[in-house]
Design a protein around this ligand. Structure first.
Ligand code: PGA
Length: 251
């Protein structure tokens, strides 16, 4: 009932030519799988070129970050209006690298979330615990805090477009994946929290992606879990064949 969303987070990788080669490779290898939503999130400087290459295809365009204000004196920032002007459909918000390296907090993610929704984008809100937090038994509490803080004041109606990505920080770029059971446990917890916030029916409609070293050989098992509705893929999204294999595993 929930259509899986497989999104590639390219992070600060690729140049113009390699970006275009990657999306052309994807367009060739994806075929016409309409049971899965697919998105690529290139660096913002390549959104225009990548967007032009995928226009009219099944691949949606996403950004990796945005500012919450519409315009103004915010040197180096990009607004939701600019992203939608370029044809973006999605925006990743509060990725753990943004939280850890660029000082983003649940409160700033919440401001961006409200602006993204007002601007018509589908937000992918990232949450996840560090290894230290997991080992000290704090995972549930950390996830609850991030969900409640990042989604503060969101209405059930606004949550219709929401996508959550559960990305354990210790699994990102490390080759260590959460086991399907570990991931499913947190996804089910998030679904329960969404139920408290928006009602059980609405919670059933929200897609919750898993992220953290998703590869072609572990994707199918992760994606077969009842509360895992897609993947946010970093490293393996930089090669057309591995990203297409993850999409195929979701279909
Ligand atoms: P990874 O990154 O797949 O390289 O672990 C996932 C992410 O950070 O979204």
């Amino acid at each position: 009932m929930r259509k899986p969303l497989i999104a590639g987070n390219w992070k600060m990788n690729m140049l113009r030519d390699s970006s275009l080669a990657l999306v052309h490779g994807l367009l060739d290898s994806l075929g016409s799988n309409t049971t899965v939503d697919v998105a690529v999130c290139p660096p913002s400087v390549y959104l225009h070129d990548v967007g032009a290459a995928i226009r009219g295809s099944q691949i949606g365009l996403g950004a990796q970050n945005m500012h919450h204000q519409a315009e103004g004196a915010f040197t180096g920032e990009v607004s939701v209006q600019m992203l939608s002007d370029l044809g973006c459909r999605y925006v990743i918000l509060g990725h753990s690298e943004r939280r850890e390296l660029f000082g983003e907090t649940d409160a700033s993610v919440n401001q961006k979330l409200m602006a993204a929704l007002a601007g018509g984008l589908t937000p992918i809100v990232c949450v996840g615990e560090t290894l230290e937090q997991r080992e000290s038994g704090a995972t549930e509490q950390v996830i609850a805090g991030q969900i409640r803080g990042s989604l503060a004041d969101l209405t059930a109606h606004q949550s219709e477009k929401l996508v959550i990505a559960y990305e354990p920080v210790w699994a990102i770029g490390t080759g260590k994946t959460a086991s399907p059971a570990q991931a499913e446990e947190v996804h089910a917890q998030i679904r329960g929290l969404l139920g408290e916030l928006f009602g059980a029916d609405q919670a059933q409609a929200v897609r919750i992606q898993y992220g953290g070293s998703v590869k072609p050989d572990n994707a199918a098992e992760l994606l077969s879990q009842p509360n895992i509705d897609g993947a946010l893929v970093g490293g393996a999204s930089l090669k057309a064949d591995s990203f297409a294999a993850i999409v195929a595993a979701a279909g």
